[in-house]
Design a protein around this ligand. Sequence first.
Ligand SMILES: Nc1ncnc2c1ncn2[C@@H]1O[C@H](COP(=O)(O)OP(=O)(O)O)[C@@H](O)[C@H]1O
Ligand SMILES: [Mg+2]
Length: 257
Amino acid sequence: MKGNFMNDYKFSIKNMNLFYGDFQALKNINIDLNKEGITALIGPSGCGKSTFLKSLNRMNDLVEACRIEGEILLDGADIYKNSIDVYQLRKRVGMVFQKPNPFPMNIYENVAYGPKTHGIKDKAKLDEIVETSLKGAFIWNEVKDRLKSSALGLSGGQQQRLCIARALAVNPEVLLMDEPTSALDPIATSKIEDLMQELKKKYTIVIVTHSMQQAARISDETAFFLLGELIEKDLTKKIFTTPFNKKTEDYITGRFG
Ligand SMILES: Nc1ncnc2c1ncn2[C@@H]1O[C@H](COP(=O)(O)OP(=O)(O)O)[C@@H](O)[C@H]1O
Ligand SMILES: [Mg+2]
């Protein structure tokens, strides 16, 4: 259930440090991410946005040299505790990447894949999940007559919405999106932005974007990262009008080095 309180956080990150070998990519990060609405992560390339995002569903586990200190609480429970089932975690916290990455299989199977691996075998149930997920990702009408065609035949924007449908199919609580529109044209981008306004009613959304305009258009809160540090997080309106920190102001006004 979603809470109705202003201070109802989905994630609380406390004193987080992240290292790739000797290199410290994130430095003493303390941040709470709202359950409701969209949080945008902005900042120059290489400042640690993707690293931070991936730490929220332990995608960095795949990087051998990666080491994390501190606490990352999801609904109050530390996701880096040994007792956590990473597989279940990634079901709860889904991810969409910069480059659409549909599986080389048909459209139906792309969406049914996750539920199948989680043990759903009933054909009628799978049909229902596939339809609901594709509708939820605003792509059902475009693909309903070609569900058995290869997903690789779709346009980039359609592929990305299919990847969103695939993420929705396992019934997640959070969607992490890493520059989900940066490979798309303006029309496809606008469709995904509209979609996100719908998705935020049901899911916690955290999006990395290199576009400040996009952050300003779609997000409720914005966090500004610089050189591995969180400079500030606040209401998006505030960040883009009267930020607290001079570094944020320099960045959003384009005065940044
Ligand atoms: N797998 C990795 N191994 C070593 N260093 C990495 C790895 N991934 C990212 N980095 C480094 O961590 C820093 C932050 O990268 P990243 O999180 O991708 O930044 P952003 O998404 O903001 O562009 C960069 O200096 C990058 O080179
Ligand atoms: Mg990145």
